[in-house]
Design a protein around this ligand. Structure first.
Ligand SMILES: [Zn+2]
Length: 285
């Protein structure tokens, strides 16, 4: 064999070892999650944008201060089987353990037409839900934020995942977090983003949806007044509207929903995830 070829082979092997030595590592937060949790995947050590999957679904990585990050939703109907996180540059998959949860059950009495809507109203509700989901789906692409999300103030009055039984016996699951808010209190954007929906909904009342990029969107329900228009850029802390009790509510409060790739997640846990995108350039507003 040509000695130069042998030398190249050895150099090649050496490089392979070198890259193994500085291999990427995956961390997941939280390591044990509940259905409806947002899970943050961080990959450190690599030079290139990783490609990865969670149970076969593509992860949407973005560059972060420590490497690369992606966030995804544990489905509400997840079984206790662990979820496997695979990243191309890492030899062994990382597992997220799933802990079963029993969401609380409550009875709610609301006006009859809201508890048991007539057919035209049911159609409106379906159209509202489709519009909110379509708006949240616009959050693809690079993150528009670079600092952690900020939880709105207010005591929790209703948790994510709670089952509600209404007057007529039908049940629905609460896919957001309710926070106490006085009528007319300012409702602020939880991070930088773009307003992708302003809509008067049958159940959710006046709704604003903000896309934050990176697959993440926030929605604010039951507003008495809306202060932004679709297409507006908002900074973290900007007023998007005033708290109220429009739609189906038992009193004024802020309902906030958070969407990440894979679905709606518990905002309470989401606000604790340490998302830290590193952006080449943040649009000054
Ligand atoms: Zn709510």
């Amino acid at each position: 064999m040509d000695p130069r070829l042998v030398a190249y082979l050895f150099i090649g092997v050496g490089l392979a070892f070198a890259s193994t030595a500085s291999a990427d590592t995956i961390t997941v937060d939280p390591p044990t999650a509940r259905p409806g949790d947002a899970v943050l995947v961080t990959v450190t050590g690599g030079q290139e944008m990783p490609k990865g999957t969670e149970n076969g679904h593509a992860l949407q990585f973005f560059r972060s201060k420590t490497g690369y990050q992606a966030v995804f939703a544990i489905p509400l109907d997840a079984t206790p089987e662990p979820i496997s996180i695979e990243v191309n540059s890492v030899a062994l998959p990382k597992l997220v353990q799933i802990r079963a949860v029993t969401f609380p059950d409550t009875n709610l009495i609301v006006e009859d037409e809201l508890a048991n809507p007539a057919k035209p109203d049911r159609d409106r509700i379906d159209a509202d839900n489709a519009a909110i989901l379509a708006a949240a789906a616009k959050a693809k692409g690079e993150p528009l934020f670079s600092s952690p999300f900020r939880r709105p103030p207010g005591e929790v009055t209703s948790v994510f995942g709670e089952w509600r039984t209404f007057n007529d016996g039908h049940r629905s699951q609460h896919l957001g977090l309710d926070l106490f808010a006085r009528e007319g209190a300012k409702v602020k954007a939880v991070n930088h983003g773009t307003v992708v929906l302003v809509r008067e909904c049958f159940l959710a009342g006046n709704v604003v949806v903000v896309s934050h990029g990176g697959g993440i969107a926030s929605a604010y329900y039951h507003l008495s007044q809306v202060s932004v228009a679709e297409g507006d850029a908002v900074v973290q802390g900007a007023t998007v509207g005033l708290a109220g009790h429009t739609g189906r509510t038992t009193g004024p409060h802020l309902h906030i929903s958070i969407a990440v790739p894979g679905g709606l997640v518990d905002p309470a846990g989401f606000f604790k995830r340490k998302l830290a995108p590193a952006l080449a350039e943040i649009t000054r507003r």
